[in-house]
Design a protein around this ligand. Structure first.
Ligand SMILES: Cc1ncc(C[n+]2csc(CCOP(=O)(O)OP(=O)(O)O)c2C)c(N)n1
Length: 327
């Protein structure tokens, strides 16, 4: 099954929202305006968007340290996310979590996570609760190719397959674990690890949002129908550095060639979808530009909202972490 024309246009719009939010964060990080580090999702938008377009608000996702794209793709509010990243009290977590902890339970977003592989067990637990409650919801665990080398991955593959949990694993193979090429620390194919537990797998072009959408649709349907977990490995590429201040860590060292990044830029998922929509006369280039302009306004509003909000209240730490007790 393929997405309709209207669905494809909305995939374009959502990917553009993520891209423009991330571009703005990139600029604000460089200008020293953000209180913490940001790990950007530029180039990987097709994965979050292609998957989340097939989910309901009541379905769960777990995310990673690179979580802004998952948050926005699942319907999280751009203003509340921006304010969170800026450390403001209007943020989705009152500015107490920042970039790596954007969460919104009302939208089924169980949170970004600073612990690599931290989402596996949370998603498996959510899927177990769905299964026990027979509520027809699914859970999706987004994770990186680096996280696939954490032991908890195996535990969650095992138990979710054994108990036929409504869970979809989505591995974003972006080729790097921080400053280490994944191939140098990973044995065999990651999808084979899921196959060993008899979990159906699909390896897709993660820069082709339609391919991701199709794979996600069948994986989610499979899991929702009580057949157990499914697995998607989306092949993509991390265009930005591991984090925006990575040069400070690298001290002049390098772990990839510029040429490689440029080659992947040519496979930009948003440009590819735009070309398709134009060539199939679904939308004219000017109509897509109008969408981009509208989205840029949403991003501008989010920045204004964050910028003019009050900073997070440090006193709140005692309430949210120490049950109101103070030293
Ligand atoms: C348990 C744990 N180990 C190490 C780190 C440091 N760390 C942060 S991100 C990262 C690489 C993760 O790579 P991957 O899962 O592929 O995600 P990507 O950054 O490529 O999106 C590492 C090692 C961490 N945050 N948590």
């Amino acid at each position: 099954m393929n997405p309709s024309n209207e669905q494809r246009v909305s995939l374009f719009e959502r990917m553009t929202l993520i891209r423009l939010m991330e571009e703005r964060l990139r600029a604000d990080a460089a200008a020293g305006k953000l209180p913490g580090a940001v790990h950007l999702y530029i180039g990987q938008e097709a994965v979050a968007v292609g998957v989340c377009a097939n989910l309901r608000d009541t379905d769960w996702i777990t995310s990673t340290h690179r979580g802004h794209g998952h948050f926005l793709a699942k319907g999280g509010d751009p203003k509340a996310m921006m304010a969170e990243i800026w450390g403001k009290r209007t943020g989705i977590c009152k500015g107490m979590g920042g970039s790596m902890h954007v969460a919104d339970l009302g939208k089924g977003i169980l949170g970004a996570n600073g612990i690599v592989g931290g989402g596996f067990a949370i998603a498996t637990g959510a899927a177990l609760s769905n299964s026990l409650l027979r509520n027809n919801r699914v859970a999706v665990a987004f994770f990186g190719d680096g996280a696939a080398n954490q032991g908890v991955f195996m535990e969650c593959l095992n138990v979710s397959s054994l108990w036929k949990l409504p869970l979809v694993f989505v591995c974003e193979y972006n080729h790097f674990c921080e400053f280490t090429p994944t191939a140098t620390v990973t044995s065999g194919d990651i999808a084979d690890r899921a196959r060993a537990f008899k979990i159906p797998c699909e390896v897709v072009d993660g820069n082709d949002v339609i391919a991701v959408w199709r794979a996600a649709r069948s994986a989610i349907e499979f899991a929702r129908s009580g057949n157990g977990p499914a697995f998607i490995e989306a092949r993509t590429y991390r265009i930005q550095g591991h984090l925006e201040s990575e040069d400070l860590f690298l001290a002049g060292g390098k772990y990839r060639e510029k040429q490689e990044v440029e080659e992947w830029r040519k496979l930009d998922p948003i440009a590819r979808l735009a070309e398709l929509l134009i060539s199939e006369n679904v939308r004219a280039a000017s109509q897509l530009d109008a969408i981009t302009t509208k989205v840029a306004g949403i991003v501008e509003d989010a920045v204004k909202f964050a910028d003019t909000s009050e900073p997070a209240d440090p006193e709140l730490t005692f309430d949210v972490m120490f049950a109101g007790q103070r030293p």
